[in-house]
Design a binder for this molecule. Structure first.
Ligand code: M6R
Length: 632
């Protein structure tokens, strides 16, 4: 799908409570366990502190759970013996409350052990429900809301003498919070029941077999037909048939989407880590992002998602960009782009701050929400807030069918392909590519960007994939430099103008995967405080490419040199001035300064990658982090 254009679907306001986890389930003719384990490994980016499965075979319904990564669970299952079942559910957890241990891991049994459930989300009123169930004599093994949830369903089931499906439906009217759940029932061996509100759930449709997962990656290997379950829907697969109903009991027609994702896109393809693979994929991911949208020769620039909203965009009094982490850095780059080319004032907001400070926002504002995963809780909540104040919301997302594209008025996908390493790399450059196209289009339409400049910029943007390819050739040099700085305790990243967000991004990359403290600053701000940190122990990474602030940055480099700081500089090919001052320089090709971040960030990604590898860190799954931050 080239663009997304979705209407507001959700009424939820619970994003602040979402919990990160990955769920997988299978029902069909195949052996469920290997499918579930493989799927959980693919979803480990969503959480990796404990994992578990529930399998239903002739012997009954059994749960196996283990603290640690999915590999621990796999080992435990191998030691347990030969397990074969055609139906099962699995879960990988990222704990928010209730420590990561075997007991708190999912799945959870109901009291009679007739049902088991996996859950991604959080039930806000679980304490009230639990109190009630305790009074009725229920007992609890874990500290989780999920155990309360499944026992609450069973209580309704027993009390009403109804089907499990009906008990779930009634329960969903009483629970407050967010969930993607799958239930397995001892008494119905060919059945799985699932529901969703606020947390993602995709159903893979095969030949008389069905897959449930938090995203499509566990499914793609078996089928490319998927149904995205909507909020307030219940899906039942029984004897090879899928039925979807709303929680008001109204049957809906499942809409089958064709997945465009390729299996190889979610495998390492010979690279040691996903992060390295994704860094090296950037020439292709940027080209994919531009493809079909930008034709420099004819001067054609089409973003289908914008078409219907172009008028609003052009006449917006203000553009508000909201995002988190790396996506927020892409938003900062966009601020420069939109203001320079389209002359509309831009505010870039951390979604987490925006949502809590009663912002002044109205129907004349055009809000752009940026997110790789499309599931970030704070960004979703910021969207809901802006929407409730009448603003138009445009999403720039990578994951097709995720929650943000489903809740915004319109948007553009970045087409970077699955990004599995927790550290965002190719998503960042694809986000900037989409935002750059939006800024050029807007500037041209508004008449603030003369045609000749517009055409020249289109050509320059079209040349970026080849230039990124060149920037990647610095890899061996960057690895050498990394070896010199791998034991540093702190680093400072400095850049100006378009390269200021790149400094922030470089510092974030280093922090999150190598656990070295790093700060990004506008280079000129150094003299207002950070300069006190400079001594011979302090590596300072400058982004000093040829642009309008080059001379100023050179002065900042001199200031650091005078204080004996170690200088690593990303410069433009052929640079001599910085070369004479810096301890190391890394060259990237020349481009228009507006597109420099697409090149200057590449050596910084490689630098943090090599340092993390040399320090023995888990590059793709850094401690305490998860790829989709669906918790406040
Ligand atoms: O999926 P999103 O782009 O909304 O995620 C936002 C941040 O959580 C994300 O960019 C995070 O900062 C990355 N780990 C950075 O590499």
């Amino acid at each position: 799908m080239a663009q997304f254009l979705f209407l507001c679907l959700t009424k939820t306001n619970f994003y602040k409570f979402l919990v990160m986890c990955g769920i997988v389930a299978y029902v069909g003719q195949q052996d469920a366990l290997p499918i579930i384990i493989k799927g959980l490994k693919r979803l480990e980016y969503r959480g990796y502190d404990s994992a578990g499965v529930a399998l239903l075979d002739q012997r009954g319904l059994s749960i196996y759970k283990k603290k640690g990564k999915v590999a621990e669970l796999e080992k435990f299952l191998e030691e347990t013996g030969d397990i074969h079942a055609n139906v099962g559910i699995g879960h990988t957890r990222w704990a928010t409350h209730g420590e990561p241990n075997d007991v708190n891991a999912h799945p959870h049994y109901s009291s009679s052990e007739r049902f088991a459930m996996i859950h991604n989300g959080i039930i806000e009123n679980y304490e009230v429900l639990k109190k009630d169930l305790l009074q009725k004599g229920y007992t609890f093994q874990s500290e989780t809301d999920t155990e309360v949830f499944v026992k609450f369903i069973e209580d309704i089931y027993q009390h009403n003498g109804c089907s499990l499906e009906e008990a779930l439906r009634l329960a969903l009217h009483k629970v407050v919070g967010a969930y993607a759940i799958v239930l397995i029932n001892l008494e119905e061996p060919n059945t799985l029941i699932a529901a969703r509100k606020g947390s993602p759930l995709v159903i893979g449709v095969g030949e008389k077999e069905y897959f449930f997962a938090s995203d499509a990656t566990p499914i793609i290997e078996y089928t490319n037909k998927v149904v995205y379950l909507d909020d307030y829907e219940i899906a039942v697969v029984r004897n090879g048939e899928l039925q979807i109903k709303t929680i008001e009991n109204v049957e809906t027609n499942p809409y089958i989407n064709q997945l465009e994702m390729e299996l190889e896109a979610i495998e390492k393809g010979g690279y040691e880590h996903f992060m390295l693979k994704e860094i090296f994929e950037q020439p292709k991911s940027i080209a994919d992002c531009l493809r079909g949208r930008l034709d420099a020769k004819s001067g054609r620039l089409v973003l289908g998602g914008l078409r219907e909203y172009m008028n609003k965009f052009q006449n917006a009094e203000r553009i508000i960009i909201t995002a988190c982490g790396t996506s927020w850095h892409a938003g900062l780059v966009a601020e420069y782009l939109f203001e320079e080319f389209a002359r509309i004032p831009v505010e870039v907001e951390y979604a987490s701050e925006f949502r809590y400070r009663n912002p002044v926002i109205n129907e004349k504002d055009f809000v752009i929400a940026i997110s790789q995963s499309g599931e970030t809780a704070d960004t979703l909540a910021a969207i809901e807030l802006a929407k409730s104040r009448g603003a138009t919301i445009f999403g720039v997302c990578n994951v097709v069918g995720s929650s943000i594209p489903r809740t915004t008025h319109a948007g553009s996908y970045t087409h970077a392909g699955p990004e599995i390493g927790v550290a965002s790399t190719k998503a960042f450059t694809a986000q900037i590519s989409v935002l750059a196209m939006m800024a050029l289009k807007l500037g041209y339409q508004r008449g603030t960007l003369p045609e000749s400049t517009y055409i020249q910029l289109l050509h320059e943007l079209a040349a970026i994939p080849a230039k990124v390819e060149k920037a990647l050739q610095t890899n061996a040099l960057v690895e050498k430099i990394a070896a010199e700085y791998k034991d540093a305790r702190n680093m400072l990243y400095l850049g100006r103008g378009y390269n200021f967000p790149v400094a922030l991004e470089g510092a974030l990359k280093l922090k999150e995967i190598s656990y070295i403290h790093a700060e990004g600053y506008p280079a000129a701000e150094m003299k207002h405080g950070p300069i006190a940190l400079i001594d011979e122990e302090m590596p300072v990474i400058f982004i000093a490419t040829q642009d309008s602030s080059y001379e100023k940055v050179v002065s900042n480099i001199q200031e650091v040199k005078a204080r004996k700081g170690k200088i690593v500089a990303v410069v433009t090919e052929g640079d001599t001035q910085v070369k004479a001052l810096a301890d190391h320089v890394i060259e990237v090709p020349l481009t228009h300064e507006a597109f420099t971040p697409l090149l200057s960030v590449v050596p910084l990604q490689l630098f943090s990658y090599h340092i993390a590898v040399m320090r023995g860190c888990n590059v793709d799954q850094p401690r305490n982090l998860a790829k989709s931050v669906t918790v406040e």
